[in-house]
Design a protein. Structure first.
Length: 397
């Protein structure tokens, strides 16, 4: 049987619910990592992360291999939303697209205001929004946040992720191996051929995807981008059949399968491996270092200024419609939540300052401080905004 609009709405609700729950788990895991790194177990914590399992350490398996699965899910979500979701038409893309552009540009400029020279490589750290974390905060507010704003935030975060993927590919790539890139290109051609011949079994795609990861890992491009490339080749079409499962395309099946392990295992493991900053062992000046301030203020100030400012301008000049039943204050609260940049920001920090533990730690402190304050302020503003009558308040746009 074909997928109906009601079934699509249910899928969106399941997606938002799972992301919200995963965000709460992510908060708890990040707190555990921070406690471990500043406790008598700190040395054991570090030693475990540097245990070698075959050719890579545990930390590298998490950051390079497991996070490729995270990027695979990101790629699947981007493709689905672009073809058959909230970003499938230009009218739906305009507002979150403009907001995302402002939300990436302003934090980067604010980071540059504090950093020059070698530390300027971290300009993209405050540019991304962590959808799981942000929806986790929204879940605490229940029905106080209009559904239109939840969907707006999800669409904006997906565009943010797309921007982050492009940034990583363009600005955080090491020396390239032409041979491995050529081999990766051959694998991509085989994946495209599978798509063209309408192969619906996921097994050949995943086997070739594993081979693609190996070649990309060796090529100098960050291995996680193999997940995005693989996602773009997974077929997405709806074929009527006898059951909901059979009616779902390979992309939908893989996306549904990955949501739980990515949200409740892979991303928390990434946080556990990377959020542990030994704050007590850092010099006091690290708390007010240019990288720390650039990241923290980029998230706390740059994100809401960019997101809310560009959204308000787009609505004011008739380029886009305001989210239904949402007041200006509620929109500002969502813009504040966009300053939660945890997962992708941590990932970019590792790429921006490879091997420099001090700069990585400063960036992580800025990420956690900026994300925590953004979450608290966003929650407070949205809670206060609920006292207004949203339908009447929407007219202020």
């Amino acid at each position: 049987m074909a997928i109906t609009p009601r079934m699509r709405i249910s899928a969106i609700r399941r997606f938002l619910h799972s992301q919200s729950s995963a965000g709460l788990v992510l908060m708890a895991t990040a707190a555990v990592a921070l406690v471990l790194a500043n406790s008598p177990l700190a040395r054991t914590y570090e030693a475990v992360l540097h245990i070698y399992l075959g050719p890579l350490s545990l930390a590298h398996w998490i950051n390079d291999a497991l996070m490729a699965v995270f990027f695979l899910l990101v790629g699947l979500e981007i493709k689905r939303e672009m073809l058959d979701g909230q970003l499938s038409t230009w009218s739906r893309r305009i507002l979150p697209g403009i907001a995302a552009a402002g939300g990436m540009a302003v934090p980067a400029l604010l980071f540059y205001a504090f950093n020059t020279g070698a530390t300027a490589r971290g300009w993209a750290i405050p540019a991304a929004t962590d959808i799981a974390f942000a929806l986790g905060v929204i879940s605490l507010l229940g029905n106080r946040v209009p559904a239109s704003l939840r969907i707006f935030l999800a669409a904006l975060a997906i565009i943010d992720d797309l921007g982050a993927v492009i940034i990583i590919a363009m600005f955080y790539t090491a020396d390239l191996s032409v041979v491995d890139l050529a081999c990766a290109g051959g694998v991509v051609a085989a994946l495209v051929a599978l798509n063209r011949f309408r192969v619906r079994s996921l097994t050949p795609y995943l086997l070739l995807g594993a081979l693609l990861w190996v070649f990309v890992f060796r090529s100098g491009i960050h291995a996680t981008l193999a997940g995005v490339v693989l996602a773009l080749t997974i077929p997405m079409e709806i074929t009527p059949s006898r059951s909901d499962v059979d009616a779902t395309s390979p992309l939908h099946r893989l996306e549904n399968f990955l949501h739980l392990p990515v949200g409740f295992l892979i991303v928390p493991l990434f946080a556990l491996a990377n959020a542990g900053v030994p704050v007590l062992k850092l010099p006091a000046e690290a708390l007010a270092a240019p990288v720390t301030l650039g990241v923290a203020l980029g998230l706390l100030l740059g994100k809401p200024v960019g997101v809310f400012g560009m959204s308000a301008a787009a609505i004011r000049f008739g380029l886009a419609d305001a989210p239904a039943h949402a007041s200006r204050l509620q929109m500002f609260g969502i813009a504040l939540l966009c300053g939660i940049g945890f997962t992708m920001s941590l990932f970019i920090a590792l790429l921006a300052f490879p091997g420099d533990l001090i700069l990585q730690s400063e960036a992580k402190i800025g990420i956690m401080a900026g994300s925590l304050l953004s979450g608290l302020l966003g929650y407070t503003v949205l809670r206060l905004a609920d006292r207004e009558k949203s339908k009447a308040a929407a007219s202020v746009w």
